[in-house]
Ligand binder design. Sequence first.
Ligand code: ZN
Length: 430
Amino acid sequence: MADAVFTVDGDDRILQPGAVEFDGELITWVGDPGREPAGVGTEVRELGGLLMPGLVNCHGHSPMTLVRSAGDGLPLERWLSESVWPREARLSDDDVFWGMTLGAVELLCNGTTTTCEQYRHPGPVIEALVASGIRAVFTPGIFDVPGSGREDSWPALLEDTCRIFDEMDGREGRLQVGFGPHAAYTVPPEGLRAIAEEAQARGALLQIHLSETEAECRLVEERFGKSAPRLLADVGALAGRVLAAHAVWVDDADLDVMAEFDVGVAHCPGSNGKLGSGVARLTDLLDRGLRVGLGTDGPASNDDLHLWDEMRLAAILARAVAADPGALSSAAALRLATRGGGEVLGLPVGSLEAGRPADLIRLRTDDARFVPSVTPAELLGHLVWAGAGYLVTDVWVGGSMVVEAGRCTLIDGARAQAEVAQRARRLIAS
Ligand SMILES: [Zn+2]
């Protein structure tokens, strides 16, 4: 029971007070506890504060906590080649395990219950994700690593991903494995086609960076004579479950292609802004009926993993670009961070309704940011325009408490912080 429950259901109901009942992993009832008291034998907890669905991160490379803030001020191509890749080349599996663990601590403690990750080193990433208790979709990165041998080529990495899918998909009921071709400019067309065929044969999510920067789009046009969305459609890569990260430099014809194939989009306004990549056409994406969620991207280009900032930036930029405060409502912004993300990933998360997974978070509201809260509309406004991770006290994933009083219950946040702080020094050394 809480003072307020944001259901983010089809009617965006706000209950004051409200209660969420769950049995095992699933929500069994959401409503007004005054009207429908709990049945005999139900344990009732008076939490106060506010309950809402856990936030859904649709695009991240969270082990990059190890290179947080690397290459600040460089454009994407130079940022990758001069700053990020040299450090990543020195990563051991243990480094990645601790990098992902710290990422999971940061995500969970700030209210994110589901994250969609793309990275190399699949073993330690999966180990850290599963240990943390977070719900995850993991798409191991597939591309030809510059200057490497056969083991780091797209065919070998695709083979690895197929094996990982067959062994790990569905692990603990919280891990889905997908396929992560990096982008249309880093994987050749025959690779994109082959990866898509394997993903589609397994009903798996294909996650790809799409039209992130203007320079990358020029490269794809010069090389293939068409845009990246058109190229992906032509090689059959958009036919299954597809998640496109960024989609900043897309024209109307690209949007038509994406709508035709029902491509989901991870909108990453913080990363796109920090790297000077541009501002995605959020309201145009939504107007076309595309499924849209939010992504933090990696912590080197953000630099934190606080989805609250992405929600607020998405709404601020949409309204500022349109010069219209009605361009994106507060309720629509909250949907992007929750239910919209679930729809993009094809998971029934992001909404508090009977039958859905009990992935929810509690925020304390005894804070200046929530005072006064005279009407439900103002309370919603505070959540979207002033909500912050430090207010998150408790987090449940699949009915299990994974954060209690601000601390992870399953993993050691202080140790993860110390490990990453120390390991990052070795990576930076030339
Ligand atoms: Zn990315």
